[in-house]
Design a protein around this ligand. Structure first.
Ligand SMILES: C[S@@+](CC[C@H](N)C(=O)[O-])C[C@H]1O[C@@H](n2cnc3c(N)ncnc32)[C@H](O)[C@@H]1O
Length: 282
């Protein structure tokens, strides 16, 4: 029997086709083959979301903040997934995670949603060894890239997940446990008809609030002004958060936040950047 890092039997929900994975990647172990199902295409859908059904067995459709894309892995990302997932990867489970057991120590936990390729997350983890970092991303190449960089840098205080962060927050993260939640450059969903796909909505920020410890901080950044205004409106509508901006709007990028890959692209295009930091006060 295989076990996840959280000590849960690693029984696949999706029935991994190990023979298929091993045929594609003959050098890998069965444990890693299990992870590879997420990009062999067979079980792609169920790997980043958990299907939910109504009482008649019809799938319930939830509006997602991301598009399911298979993505092509580079050789380096493939190798990183096969080599380091078993060390730093955390399988999704619909049961609370023991964060102290996961990291092997009781230190403040920073959770990052949608880390992209993960370079800025790895930098933060390496610069803050006194904190634990849990990164969540749905895009397999990003997870592979993050694992690769984490290995190069040699960070030990980082764990990564590939799943819908909303489900992870709802089902795996106990209330009152996080010192910070980071959401850097979430997909802006520019078009009015797509605005409903923005991850920042009232139920989401209430969920984040419950997961933060009192005094914990929710840090967002975006390079899309209309999304920044939307974030501000949503945050101001929820009781129990205090805006850390002196002007009660945006803060300057703190030195603790490295410039992200997506941000660099925006800078090349002449985009502005808006950082928002809110403390949980209730
Ligand atoms: C625009 S990119 C920004 C990436 C990175 N933060 C940066 O600044 O370079 C947004 C990322 O969020 C991820 N994402 C969107 N919704 C997500 C969700 N519900 N759970 C996990 N990741 C998500 C996307 O896959 C994408 O990689």
């Amino acid at each position: 029997m295989l076990y996840t890092q959280a000590g849960i039997p690693a029984q696949s929900r999706n029935g991994v086709n190990r023979n298929f994975a091993k045929a594609c990647f003959p050098a890998i172990t069965l444990h890693n083959a299990r992870f590879l199902n997420m990009y062999t295409g067979r079980d792609m859908i169920n790997d980043v979301i958990t299907p939910k059904f109504d009482e008649d067995g019809r799938p319930l459709r939830r509006i997602r903040s991301f598009v399911r894309r298979q993505g092509r892995l580079t050789k380096g990302q493939e190798v990183a997934l096969a080599s380091y997932w078993s060390v730093l990867g955390v399988e999704y489970q619909s049961a609370p995670l023991d964060l102290v057991t996961l990291f092997g120590r009781d230190m403040p936990v920073v959770l990052e949603i949608g880390f992209g390729m993960g370079a800025s997350l790895v930098t933060m983890a390496s610069l803050n060894p006194q904190k634990n970092f849990l990164g969540i991303e749905v895009h397999a190449p990003g997870v592979g890239a993050c694992l690769s960089t984490a290995n190069e840098v040699g960070v030990e205080n980082l764990r990564v997940m590939r799943h819908d962060a909303l489900e992870v927050l709802e089902n795996m993260i106990p209330d009152n446990t996080l010192s910070m939640v980071q959401l850097f450059f979430p997909d802006p969903w520019h078009k009015a008809r797509h605005n409903k796909r923005r991850i920042v909505q009232v139920p989401f920020v209430e969920l984040v609030q419950r997961k933060l410890k009192p005094g914990g901080v929710f840090h967002m950044a975006t390079d899309w002004e209309a999304y920044a205004e939307h974030m501000l409106t949503v945050m101001n509508s929820v009781d129990g958060y205090k805006n850390l901006s002196p002007g009660v709007d945006y803060v300057a990028r703190p030195a603790s936040r490295p410039v992200t890959k997506f941000e660099q692209r925006g800078q090349r295009l002449g985009h502005g950047v808006w950082d928002l930091m809110f403390e949980r006060v209730k």
